[in-house]
Design a protein around this ligand. Structure first.
Ligand code: ADP
Ligand code: MG
Length: 446
């Protein structure tokens, strides 16, 4: 199978994993085997009939649209049972090279060509991590060891690590840089144990100039791997070779990680990537739309930057989806079709602001007790903030009017409706009030 196809498949799987979560991914998506692509048909095999039905019904559409994003020529995805009677004979099985022993460079994972410094959009939340990564990539000596990058899912950790590797490859090909996930590190280690080949395993890593291990939280709780990692890590640091680590938490907060490991991981520079801001999200969308050479109206980008606040991967996924949709059906991207095409993603993001949060923020803002949100008092000083909170609950969550009413001391849905109307009215007539609400909304959404 071609490198390009493998890379595309890896990206499709990456997206599925991000969208459906780890559990679904492991049960249903990881077991899929890409068999090839021919004449615009992607062929994927599974091991049982049940798997086939399930994957087709649950993930089929998404698989097809993700493939369409990756390769415009793809028009269908066939999922079939390996060894099944209908189609298996026409297939070319991929070589079983997976079992071959990997040596030298192969131990590292392939790099995503899009993950370069040039393609990374810098903003307040990631400027420290970006600057530190650049420094590591450009410095003649080891500036800090290790560089420890941490932050939530989809905020650019892997991107920055690949960027370091790309930069080194271009500017200093003689330096041996390796990138791999902690999971893969563990896999290689366990295999070395099985083949009684741990000496070669150690040599491989210890002769590396720059070692980058992604998502080390994965080896927390895995004692043997941690031990080996610790030794490898120490050997490299002692020889003044650069180590770059990423995790979803700071060294101190890594549960199941030995104390000595935690402390050692924090010796160099610890740089965190904060959740994105609206400005950064907008910047990223603009950059990505330019890369797609897609016409996306500013209104749509603002809408997406407002609504999809969880992480960059999801934001990118949303953009890809509407761009793919527009090109498939031959229509321009509009706010209307964006909302339609993305309704599932938008709903999932909506749910992230809760009514409880809204009540808390609003009562703080108006300086009243939180309990007034549920109380029956009607004095203007408490009734108005309560209406504002109901209004924002309607705007920012996907809760229905009765559901909202219940959360406000068991009020009727008509009360909520009235509140929504009242606040709309006031916003239209009272500028100060309008700005207040806008501010609250932004605070809640950031
Ligand atoms: P993490 O490893 O932190 O989970 P990734 O590095 O895989 O996140 O990033 C997820 C996706 O978002 C990737 O496609 C990456 O290119 C993109 N991305 C994240 N941050 C940025 C950024 N600041 N600029 C451009 N793309 C970004
Ligand atoms: Mg990552």
């Amino acid at each position: 199978m071609g490198d390009k196809l493998s890379a595309q498949w890896a990206r499709v799987r990456g997206r599925l994993r991000a969208e459906y979560g780890e559990t679904a991914y492991r049960s249903w998506l990881r077991p899929l085997t890409l068999q090839g692509m021919e004449g615009g048909r992607v062929r994927i095999s599974v091991s049982t009939r049940f798997m086939q039905d399930w994957v087709e019904s649950q993930y089929g559409d998404r698989l097809a649209s993700l493939w369409a994003v990756e390769a415009a020529e793809v028009h269908s995805v066939d999922i079939y049972v390996e060894g099944g009677t209908e189609t298996a004979s026409t297939l070319e099985r991929p070589p079983t090279a997976k079992e071959a022993r990997s040596t030298g460079d192969e131990i590292g994972a392939p790099l995503d060509p899009r993950f370069t410094f040039e393609n990374f959009v810098v903003g307040k939340p990631n400027e420290l991590a970006f600057a530190a990564a650049r420094r590591v990539a450009e410095a003649d000596t080891v500036p800090y060891n290790p560089l420890f990058l941490y932050g939530g899912v989809g905020l650019g950790k892997t991107h920055l690590m690949h960027a370091i590797a790309w930069h080194l490859r271009r500017t200093r090909p003689e330096r041996h840089a390796i990138y791999l996930s902690a999971e893969k590190f563990m896999y290689h280690f366990i295999r070395a144990l099985r083949y009684k080949d741990t000496v070669a395993f150690k040599e491989q890593f210890r002769s590396v100039d720059v070692l980058m291990i992604d998502d080390v939280q994965f080896i927390a709780g895995k004692e043997n791997t941690q031990e080996e990692f610790f030794h490898t890590f120490n050997a490299l640091v002692d020889q003044n070779h650069q180590v770059v680590i990423s995790a979803d938490k700071s060294p101190n907060d890594l549960e199941g990680m030995e104390e000595r490991m935690k402390s050692r991981l924090g010796w160099g520079l610890v740089a965190d990537i904060h959740p994105t801001t609206y400005e950064l999200r907008l910047g990223i969308l603009q950059t990505k739309a330019d890369q797609h050479e897609a016409e996306v109206p500013p209104k749509v980008m603002e809408f997406l930057a407002h609504k999809i606040t969880s992480n960059v991967r999801e934001l990118e996924g949303a953009l890809n989806r509407i761009v793919a949709y527009a090109s498939l059906v031959g229509r321009a991207v509009t706010l209307e079709n964006t909302q339609e095409v993305l309704h599932d993603i938008l709903r999932a993001n909506d749910r992230r602001v809760t009514i409880e949060e809204i009540q808390k923020r609003v009562s703080e803002h108006f300086n009243i007790r939180l309990s007034e949100m549920y109380s029956s008092r009607r004095a203007r000083a408490v009734a108005r903030p309560r209406q504002v909170a109901m209004y924002l609950s309607k705007q920012l969550t996907s809760r229905s009017l009765p559901e909202i009413g219940r959360k406000f001391g068991g009020r009727d849905h008509t009360t909520v409706m009235h509140a929504v109307r009242k606040v709309d009215e006031l916003r239209a007539t009272d500028n100060g009030f309008n700005e207040d609400i806008e501010l609250l909304r932004r605070m809640l959404e950031s």
